[in-house]
Write a protein that binds this ligand. Structure first.
Ligand SMILES: *Cc1c(COP(=O)(O)O)cnc(C)c1O
Length: 408
């Protein structure tokens, strides 16, 4: 069946929240995905920073297959071995003793767990501080934190009070954090807003502001974590310790899983009966996550991400293109309005990338991207830029521009 037929069937039955996707993906191997027409694409988005080991990685396939054949689900009424192993492993890579782990199913549920943990740890305080243009998820608590007015406005009012401050401005942050604030919630780099890193020292300043006011610091590493920037967690580069860290996206290597890690007094805040999830810590998802963490370590992928990220960023800086970000998490910064046309021209040329807005194209490939694959895109970029500029000048992508923006 052709792409067009699948698109018609999608349109007829799926909720309208995503619009109509441009491709039907049916299989993948390494960093290459194949569509229903048999056409291959180099996947430089990895399902929005998810498929960190690429597609059909043998370690993930083996771990998931073995676990599903043994026991696929237990609920949290019983111990499952993989959940305990994964929690131990996460505490190890975070490197903060006395950390406790709540396992859940995706990013938004990791942030919901963080919000409830904060409310338990900070009796009498209900106010949160978060950043403008941040993204923390779509369920109501996580959406209250999200700094995107268009996403938030239709669904308020919310049960928690959130003050949004400009991202990267340490003085604005310090000014907003007083004794009424329960927690500050930040991405170490804005992801959905287009891979926007803060100035050096920002997270340190956030840590100090929280300490001064008795507020907790929650870092949303859902997109930035699990090796994406060349460190296990992006915030480790600044040498700070967060009270809580949330994870999802890359953790399961393509299987749905999230985690909320709490340290110190936050670790002791949730009490029996306070929270739960039927599927949270599902053995199959945990087996996949363990395979991901083991492979990143065994194959030295953190060093690979750091080195390849540096060379790739240099290769991608072309006339008319700025590059920001770190590791294998970059944005091409282009003329306003051009990004959606670049996404489409790249797809036509066999590369999957993502316009997060009118002027930024996100690259978040599998961490196993090879130097040859990275170079292939850099080499193709000038002609992709030309095609995009032509398309915009003839008005061919006007509707794409209007619909532009990311959509997890
Ligand atoms: C994607 C994302 C989320 C939400 O994750 P879902 O799995 O889509 O619920 C939250 N925070 C950040 C920083 C994200 O990138």
């Amino acid at each position: 069946m052709s792409t067009a037929v699948w698109q018609q069937r999608w349109d007829a039955v799926m909720a309208r929240n995503y619009g109509t996707p441009p491709l039907v993906l049916v299989s993948g191997s390494g960093c290459v995905v194949r569509d229903v027409e048999g056409r291959d694409y180099l996947d430089l988005l990895a399902g929005i920073a998810v498929n960190v080991l690429g597609h059909a990685h043998p370690a993930v396939v083996a771990a998931v297959s073995e676990q599903v054949a043994r026991i696929a689900h237990t609920s949290n009424l019983y111990v499952n071995e993989r959940a305990v192993e994964l929690a131990e492993r996460l505490v190890g890579i975070l490197g903060v003793p006395d950390t406790r782990v709540f396992l859940c199913n995706d990013g938004t549920t990791a942030n919901e767990a963080a919000i409830k943990t904060v409310l338990r740890a900070q009796p009498g305080r209900r106010r949160f501080v978060a950043a403008e243009h941040s993204f923390h998820g779509r369920s109501l608590g996580a959406l209250a934190l999200t700094g995107k007015e268009a996403a938030r406005a239709p669904f308020g009012p919310y049960g928690i009070e959130v003050t949004h401050i400009p991202y990267g401005d340490a003085d604005a942050l310090a000014g907003a954090v007083d004794e009424t604030v329960a927690a500050v919630v930040l991405e170490p780099t804005l992801g959905e807003a287009g891979v926007v890193p803060p100035p050096d020292g920002y997270l340190k300043a956030a840590r100090a502001a929280c300490d001064n006011a008795g507020a907790l610091l929650v870092l949303d590493e859902i997109q930035s974590g699990i090796g994406r920037t060349g460190a296990w967690f992006a915030h480790q580069r600044e040498g700070i310790v967060a009270d809580m860290v949330t994870l999802a996206k890359g953790l399961g290597g393509g299987l749905p899983i999230g985690a909320c890690l709490a340290t110190g007094r936050a670790a002791e805040a949730l009490q029996k009966g306070d929270h739960g999830s039927t599927f949270g810590g599902n053995p199959v998802a945990c087996a996949a996550a363990l395979a991901v963490l083991d492979t990143i370590e065994k194959d030295n992928l953190l060093d690979h991400v750091t080195a390849l990220g540096d060379t790739w960023a240099a290769q991608l800086a072309k006339p008319g293109v700025g590059v920001r970000g770190r590791g294998l998490w970059l944005a091409l910064v282009v003329d306003d309005g051009l990004a959606p046309a670049i996404e489409k021209a790249a797809r036509d040329a066999g590369f999957l990338v993502n316009a997060t807005g009118p002027d930024a194209v996100r690259l978040a490939p599998p961490l196993v991207l090879t130097a040859a694959e990275a170079t292939a895109f850099a080499d193709a970029l000038p002609s992709i830029l030309d095609a995009a500029a032509d398309a915009v000048s003839v008005g061919g992508v006007k509707t794409d521009v209007a619909a532009g923006g990311s959509r997890p």
